[in-house]
Design a protein around this ligand. Structure first.
Ligand SMILES: Nc1ncnc2c1ncn2[C@@H]1O[C@H](COP(=O)(O)OP(=O)(O)O)[C@@H](O)[C@H]1O
Ligand SMILES: [Mg+2]
Length: 266
């Protein structure tokens, strides 16, 4: 994938993602994560192919691709006069074309997704009167209610407080498992990836540099090389957790703490 003459993603071969599994797509700023998601969604030109159940998606109309893949962009949902319930219901209806009016099942699906994302109390509130994090949860509700085969979520937790970050990713994982979705989730918080993802893909400078189970992929060497931090993965309360000691100022100079500047120390 390229912007003008500049090649952003080169020779990316994403391994097959299985139904019912949550894959975290991680990597530093500008690695190409959003570009890759747009390419998979068919929203930006890409050379190469995207296959779903072996079928080349470029051969089906974009509307059909959009029906099978729910894509949540990194930007928060824009201004809208709709209320929260209406906005999520209209997403549900858009995903089931040919249905003239909302059926009871659609209304139930909207109620259920609002409850899971802690939005029930805001159901009648206008989108314009929501905070950034509340709007982001509405965007996520709209993606989930579409009931797609593939869920492409670009930093859906970036504006959320801790409670709603964990709650949202837990809901994403549950829905992925229960409905057999193929879910690709861009997330910056490595601890969220460690906790919830079945698998992690790491993008760095437009290349896929690691792929595997979170515990196998995320280690001291990756933190230094890709994220330029001096950190470690350690067990806290029985859970693998990333601790960052400092930033590595000089890239590619090794992973030792000697090259790192400690942060937060007086
Ligand atoms: N619309 C665009 N036009 C030109 N360059 C872009 C555009 N969008 C992104 N880029 C560039 O492509 C690279 C990858 O961007 P992006 O996919 O947004 O990264 P990420 O989501 O990993 O932070 C960056 O160098 C960015 O500056
Ligand atoms: Mg991005």
């Amino acid at each position: 994938m390229r912007y003008g003459q500049r090649r952003v993603l080169d020779d990316i071969r994403v391994p097959a993602l299985t139904a019912g599994s949550l894959t975290a797509l991680i990597g530093p700023n500008a690695a190409g994560k959003s570009t890759l998601l747009r390419g998979v969604a068919g929203l930006a030109p890409a050379s190469g192919r995207v296959l779903l159940d072996g079928e080349d998606l470029a051969r089906s109309p974009q509307a059909e691709r959009a029906r099978r893949m729910a894509y949540l962009p990194q930007t928060l949902p824009g201004r809208s006069r709709l209320g929260v319930f209406e906005a999520v219901l209209s997403a549900a209806m858009a995903a089931r074309p040919g249905r003239g009016h909302a059926a009871a099942a659609d209304l139930h699906a909207v109620d259920a997704v609002l409850a899971r994302l802690d939005l029930t109390a805001l159901a009648d509130r206008g989108i314009d009167a929501l905070s950034g994090g509340q709007r982001q949860r509405v965007g996520l509700a709209q993606a989930l209610v579409r009931d797609p085969a593939v869920l492409l979520l670009d930093e859906p937790t970036s504006a959320l407080d801790l409670h709603h970050q964990y709650r949202a990713v837990d809901v994403i994982r549950r829905e992925t498992r229960a409905r057999g979705l193929i879910t690709l989730l861009v997330v910056h918080d490595i601890n969220l990836a460690l906790r919830f993802a079945d698998r992690v893909l790491v993008l760095h400078d437009g290349r896929l540099v690691a792929d595997g189970k979170p515990g196998a992929v995320i280690d001291r060497e990756l933190l230094a090389r890709v994220y330029r931090v001096d950190g470690e993965v350690t067990g806290i309360g029985g859970r693998p957790t990333v601790l960052v000691h400092g930033v590595v100022r000089r890239p590619h100079s090794g992973a030792g703490r000697r090259e790192a500047d400690a942060i937060g120390n007086p």
